[in-house]
Design a protein. Sequence first.
Length: 69
Amino acid sequence: MDASALLAQIETAIEALLTGGASSYSIGARTVTKLDLKSLFEERRLLLAEVQRATGGGIRLARITRPSR
């Protein structure tokens, strides 16, 4: 799976947690714990940087000047 596909999954997981999704649940004796928001945001940051490097995206600086009068 490539970084952009993983990034999409991370975004979905973050949205689910922010809109009331459970971060953990139990069924009988089994407990499932999903990643917490802090971990998801960190992974999102890393994947976003990787996708931007791969696509040539990122921050670009430009000099803006006023026309002389």
